[in-house]
Ligand binder design. Sequence first.
Ligand code: SF4
Length: 561
Amino acid sequence: MTLAPPAPVLTENGPADTARARTYEVRTYGCQMNVHDSERLSGSLEAAGYVRATDEQADVVVINTCAVRENADNKLYGNLGMLASVKKVHEGMQIAVGGCLAQKDKSVILEKAPWVDVVFGTHNMGALPTLLERARHNDEAQIEILESLDVFPSTLPTRRESTYSGWVSVSVGCNNTCTFCIVPALRGKEKDRRPGDVLAEVQALVDDGALEVTLLGQTVNSYGVEFGDRQAFGKLLRAAGTIDGLERIRFTSPHPAAFTDDVIDAMAETPAVMPQLHMPLQSGSDRILKAMKRSYRSEKFLGILDRVRAKIPNAAISTDIIVGFPGETEEDFQDTLRVVEAARFASAFTFQYSIRPGTPAATMADQVPKEVVQERYERLTALQDHISREENQKLVGQIVNVLVSAGEGKRDAERHRLSGRAEDSRLVHFDVPEGSETPRPGDIVTVRISEAASFHLIADAAPHEQLLIRRTRSGDAWDRAEAESCGVPAPAGVAAEPGRVSLGLPGLRIGTGPGAALPLTAVSTKRADAARTQAERTDTESTDAPQVSTTPIYDMLDGER
Ligand code: SF4
């Protein structure tokens, strides 16, 4: 291992030493939970004085893994193989692997890729800067996997990826045992944050310029189970709705079994809660739902949708569906098609079931042949794409408010359009007519929908029409962030902001530097010992687990819907 220059120490006035700050890159696989965790990893590194790499090779590459996807390990080791040759020529480079796959595989990662410097789990993300420092100082790999949460991750510094929209975790872990899902085994039992802490983080985000917040939890609506309040989630929505300046509240993902009418009332009666619901169906067959250990049935699921639409008629409802779960017959699949037709989802994230070692479903009899799964999948997506198109077409001619986003429309530049999300979360591409001002990400534009496709809406202005723009605090925050990244003063009239790394609690500022207390049962070993030690620990740990995330984004790199 080559020794690297030390990480700079951050003070309130910036790095204390004059050496070049070490740069980092975080690569994320998996769901929104992982994307949000990566914001915390970035925040922890920046609080410790690292700076994000731009075009150059980063000194520290962090891979935040996901164990949910098929072939997650192949993908990880493929990436690590490529990084091994980069590391040979980049003096002082370090590689860290964290997240769900690291939590599951532990020492296996170092056995297969001994050039990795740090392996950490899902419960100790805040330890990353210290582990990197220790690996460098001791010239030995560090493995640290905790079996339970020590510090709620939301109290870690966070480098938010967006100035206008942010995620806030209300809980981590899950008390369910869906037979396809590995999440509970890796993230543990549900732990709920105190409502005051959640609301304080939301307030801090709004103070930093955000207009939109998405509340996150594996089963977000079971929030409160730990402190014995079954109506806690509805109350939390109402309380968040009173925060001045917060215009859009979303949440993901609720579990149908725990979906209660007080949540529907809270959604309908809180203006800031957006008319949108993402609720995983997984299967329309009651027999398969039972085999999945999903404790609701299709009738109950459809009943929830009816009640949501009765109170929020313009709600756009989306879902997750798995095709080809073990034992799924053509009749079961027809049930799924029937429920999809009845549900009229605005969109659906559809997945082909495939065996994931370590989950109960992996050893079930009657695994469905791949070609049968593929054929059913194609029928399902064809049906859902048709429904999505029909539902979207109902919006043609309607006026919608769009929160302008950055980088959501891949072909925007080519087509001279910008993109954003409507209140119901539909993706809208709109043009900026000649002579119109160009809105900034975070501003709100009001447009008329002119065309609809399955996955997006188009709002092209009529001749001589000007774009209606509301400049917002979020747009101002975007200007500040852009000015900072270019090293130029913020535009006149835009208040200076201390930095984009924020802590989960208001009133706290970065400046703690590296070496923050690590109250963890760290395992630090020489490389050769690391594998043995972890193998011994693994013997006593269960890796039996279910699998699949319930959030809309499954793999950022693959771009899978
Ligand atoms: S699918 Fe969702 S509800 Fe089921 S065990 Fe996994 S995280 Fe929990």
